[in-house]
Design a protein around this ligand. Structure first.
Ligand code: HEC
Length: 150
C-alpha cells in the first residue's frame, strides 16, 4: 500500500515536471511526442501494446514522422510505462481485502464488511446490493464503477 502510494506520487511529480521515466525509448518518445502537443497529452492514456500501436498510427495520420525502428521502441516504452494493467479491474466477488482497500479507497473495516457480506449473501451482481452492507459508502464506490466488475 505505502509503496503503491509513493510510486503514484513519484509518477505524479514526474509528470508535472514533464520528466519521463528512464529507460530505452525515452529519448525517441521525447523527440516524437512533443512536437504537436504537450507530452502530458501523449501519455494521457493507459493501454496495451496494441493500443499504443494504434495511437502511433493515428499520430502518423496527423503527420508524425517516425522510422520503423523509432516506432517499435516508442511503442515498447509507452506500453511499459503506461500499461493497461495499471487500471486493472476490481472484481467485487473475488478481490482481496487489500485490493478493495487500495482500488476503491475503502477503510479496512469497510473491506472486511464487504467480504463478510459476500460470504453470506453469495455472488454480488450489482452495486445496488451493496447498500445492504453496513458502513459502506456506495456512492463513493459507484464513482469507480468503470473499474468494477462482478
Ligand atoms: C504531427 C503531430 C503529432 C505528433 C508528432 C504527435 N501527435 Fe498526438 N495528437 C496530434 C493531434 C492533432 C491530436 C489531437 C487529435 C484529437 O484530439 O483527437 C493528438 C492527440 C493525441 C492523444 C489524445 C487523443 C487520442 O487519440 O488518444 C494522444 C494520447 C496522443 N496524441 C499521443 C501521441 C503520442 C504518444 C505521440 C508520440 C509518439 C504523439 N501523440 C505525437 C498530433 C500529433
Amino acid at each position: 500500500m505505502r509503496f503503491g502510494l509513493l510510486a503514484a506520487l513519484g509518477v505524479a511529480a514526474a509528470m508535472t515536471g514533464q520528466e519521463l521515466p528512464e529507460g530505452p525509448g525515452k529519448a525517441e518518445t521525447e523527440k516524437l511526442c512533443k512536437g504537436c502537443h504537450e507530452m502530458a497529452r501523449s501519455i494521457s492514456k493507459k493501454q496495451d501494446r496494441d493500443g499504443w500501436m494504434a495511437t502511433m498510427t493515428k499520430m502518423s495520420g496527423f503527420g508524425m514522422r517516425a522510422t520503423d525502428a523509432e516506432t517499435a521502441i516508442v511503442v515498447e516504452y509507452l506500453a511499459r510505462n503506461w500499461a493497461a494493467e495499471d487500471l486493472a479491474k476490481i472484481n467485487l466477488n473475488t478481490a482481496s481485502a487489500i485490493q478493495l482497500e487500495s482500488g476503491l479507497n475503502l477503510k479496512r473495516s469497510q473491506a472486511a464488511a464487504l467480504i463478510a457480506f459476500r460470504k453470506e449473501h453469495g455472488k454480488i451482481t450489482s452495486l445496488d446490493e451493496l447498500t445492504k452492507v453496513p458502513q459502506l459508502d456506495v456512492k463513493k464506490i459507484a464513482e469507480k464503477k468503470d473499474r468494477i466488475v462482478f
